[in-house]
Design a binder for this molecule. Sequence first.
Ligand SMILES: [Zn+2]
Length: 376
Amino acid sequence: MAKINRRKALIALATGLVSLNSRFLWAESGFDLGLKGQELLAQGKYDQAIEILQAGVKLEPDNEWLWGLLGRAYFQKKELRKSLDSFRQVLRLNPEDTYSRMMVDIISQKPLPPKIEPIKPLTPLEKKALEEEKQILDRLQVENTLGYRIQRVVLDPGHGGFDSGAVGLKGLQEKEVNLDLVKRTSQILAQMDKDLKVFFTRTEDYFVPLSARTTTANQYSADLFVSFHVNANENRKPRGMETYFCSERASSKEAARVAEFENSVLKLEKNELIQKGYVNIEEILFLFERKRYWEAGGEVASLIQNNLKNRLPLKNRGVHSANFYVLRRAKMPSILLEMGFISNPEEEKLLAQSDFRHKLALSIASSIVSLKKSRI
Ligand SMILES: [Zn+2]
């Protein structure tokens, strides 16, 4: 008996020592570290972001997203050599990553700062050259941060018309919940912030193709696109709310499943003409911008989910990412809310209640207003 206890104690001690040595052992995955790094980047805490992201790439050396974020963090710190190395790592993992290719081009076209600081005093000419380089870097940095202020928001009630979305056991339809929540959210937003302009992708119960939803948002030159949805699962148990942003690959199997469901209406849309040999120039040019919008979407998703989790009685299922068709062509940061599970009998009951819908809409509106104030 004493032996077992001693063994247990040793294991506990060893675990404790490992935890002490590794500050990031508590983290679940590289994805968590990436989200934290992204948040720190958004707050301008570049040193902390670098620390977290370095831990991330140590944990998952093949995670291109983490390398890309690390590249951005170093770039902000003007550690151009390290930034260049990080973006090169992204390209090693994914040679088609156009954003990193662009960054490698931008950084390597500039004279890199010397590895060792010059000991000799600078000549006036060198001083002038350094000053000019600093100005170029400052300008680039301004161009590189999205730095936008939210003034125009597009609210997108998911599904509509023949596409009812998910349906609960009692017959509650996702399309109806989404539309009602969008209407309530916009009314509250109008009361909370008179300067904010709010647009919709649909105002009644009719079908809108996924591609038309983002086209609308792009035409309105919105600064934020929020797609409203309610989750569902074959299993009645899952519950809670989660926020998504767009990424090429899903952050988890569950995220991939949710995106597959939300994208499923695409099969019924006829306007997606894919012609062989047809090259869409605009699409290619947009590849460069897209990644920045997606990353900003991740920052927005974290801020909104953090805000909502404190306000709502729903289980916090966190932030995830996947390839949502409705988000991928938005020329602005975009997120998709999954506000509870209609397949969970208790949450279906809640989602049918006017009081609960008001609470949800109020929380979403407040989150958007506080996001507007915080400025990314
Ligand atoms: Zn949906």
